[in-house]
Design a protein around this ligand. Structure first.
Ligand code: MTE
Length: 424
């Protein structure tokens, strides 16, 4: 536990005093970033890669990142991985910028492994309280009018290991159960209109085609509002890990409801109370009662750099960077604190600010080597402000693993290393 002590307050004062050195800091950044460079490739020499022809086109029919980026990968946490088929891998948030997650880096959460669905044999059935039960092939879905939407998907268990205190050292692990991609697909409303929902139809049972057959109850109102059956992400067909060839998109709501390899939608007049919405994905309160159907994801943010996996390597001009999101619409503002939440400054949001999508924020500082307690806090358009972890615990206790959207603190040490801590 790190206390917000005098030392931290000192650093705040010094930061303000040092802010005018920005230009000098920028210039310095330009010349010091080559510490491990090989002299023979540096000016005025001609670099190795300029002396011979490179690979021709189509040597890599499907492109992949530079070999120098080989550490930018999904990672898992061993003690969370009881079996690979029912586990989770995390998005390397500290290595990314902007708001779009590259397809190969989207975190994965499977309950029965990755189903390998032959697109020719893929079928989506709609039945129950409908006028016309229907079965769609993938081709049927692709022929229908489609939309393109950028949304975040956050697992309700994201940051779930942090309820009782700071535990995992890296935003990949504390916050990496999120991705944000552009989906292409058919509005679910369109499919339901074709089937003709009967007047007493109020809920949908949505079911996956993997070995877990994961199923959830979805209110009809949400299905008709903004849900979609997506078959593309970031332009290409869904990755097998993300539910190829089709998944349910439930904007702003917990990831567990975004059924992958979706095979069936049954219309009913009440929720089903499936395993995944009773024994799981309910939030156990201090009283022993559980909150049920906590579908919506609250506003949340995290500084992705610097962070434990992205330490600072030099003093001077530094861009603090992070992500913010809310399931309730648009992010309105993000604040950053350097002193554990005593003082806040408004961060700069750059890039699109879209409904139920991530936003990218930046705060520029002049770091003189003082230890800092870095925090970010998101506010959404409904006026909701991301709470501190302690404020959250006061109401929700520590029994739950879901919906932990408390403010994250990173302790930046004098040597540039960063640690996951809590301020008390
Ligand atoms: N759908 C099926 N059919 N099977 C699953 O195991 N996992 C759910 C959801 N949809 C799951 C599923 C959970 S818990 C989450 S958080 C998201 O998918 C994860 O989506 P992703 O793997 O694309 O990140």
């Amino acid at each position: 536990m790190i206390k917000d002590d005098d030392k931290t307050r000192t650093s705040r004062r010094r930061f303000l005093a040092g802010a005018t050195g920005l230009t000098a800091g920028l210039a310095a950044a330009g010349v010091t970033g080559v510490a491990q460079a090989n002299d023979k490739n540096l000016p005025p020499n001609v670099a190795d890669w300029s002396k011979s022809l490179g690979d021709g086109v189509a040597v890599r029919p499907y492109g992949h990142p530079s070999k120098f980026e080989k550490n930018v990968i999904r990672r898992d946490v061993q003690w969370l991985t009881a079996s690979r088929e029912s586990s989770v891998s995390f998005t390397p948030l500290h290595d990314l910028d902007g708001i779009i997650t590259p397809n190969g880096l989207c975190f994965e959460r499977h309950h029965g492994g990755i189903a390998e669905v032959d697109p020719h044999d893929y079928r989506l059935m709609i039945h129950g309280l409908v006028e016309r039960p229907l079965i769609f092939t993938l081709e049927d879905l692709k022929r229908l009018p489609r939309v393109n939407k950028i949304y975040f998907l956050e697992c309700a268990a994201n940051s779930g290991m942090e309820w009782r205190g700071a535990q995992l050292n890296g935003c990949q692990y504390t916050h990496g159960m999120i991705h944000c991609v552009q989906y292409t697909g058919v509005p679910l409303k369109l499919l339901l209109e074709q089937a003709g929902v009967k007047p007493n139809g109020k809920w949908l049972l949505v079911e996956g085609g993997d070995a877990s057959g994961l199923d959830r109850s979805l209110p009809l109102e949400k299905a008709l509002d903004d849900c979609m059956i997506a078959y593309r992400m970031n332009g290409e067909m869904l990755r097998p890990e993300q539910g190829y060839p089709a998944r349910l998109v439930v904007p702003g709501w917990q990831g567990n409801m975004w059924i992958k390899w979706i095979r069936r939608i049954k219309v009913g007049d009440q929720p089903w109370y499936t395993r995944e919405e009773t024994s799981k994905y309910t939030d156990l309160m201090p009283s022993g009662k559980a909150r049920k159907f906590t579908f919506e994801m609250d506003a949340k943010s995290v500084i992705t750099s610097p962070s434990p996996q992205a330490p600072l390597t030099r003093k001077g001009f530094t861009v603090i960077s992070g992500l913010a999101w809310t399931g309730r619409g648009k992010v309105k503002r993000v604040d950053v604190s350097l002193d554990g939440g005593r003082n806040w400054r408004t961060a700069k949001i750059d890039g699109p600010v879209l409904d139920k999508a991530c936003v990218r924020f930046y705060a520029e500082i002049e770091w003189n080597g003082e230890p800092l307690l870095l925090q970010s806090r998101a506010m959404d358009e409904t006026g909701y402000v991301q709470p501190t972890k302690d404020a959250l615990r006061k109401i929700r206790g520590v029994n739950s693993i879901y919906h932990n959207n408390g403010i994250q603190t990173w302790a930046l040490k004098a040597n540039g290393e960063v640690e996951n801590v809590e301020v008390g």
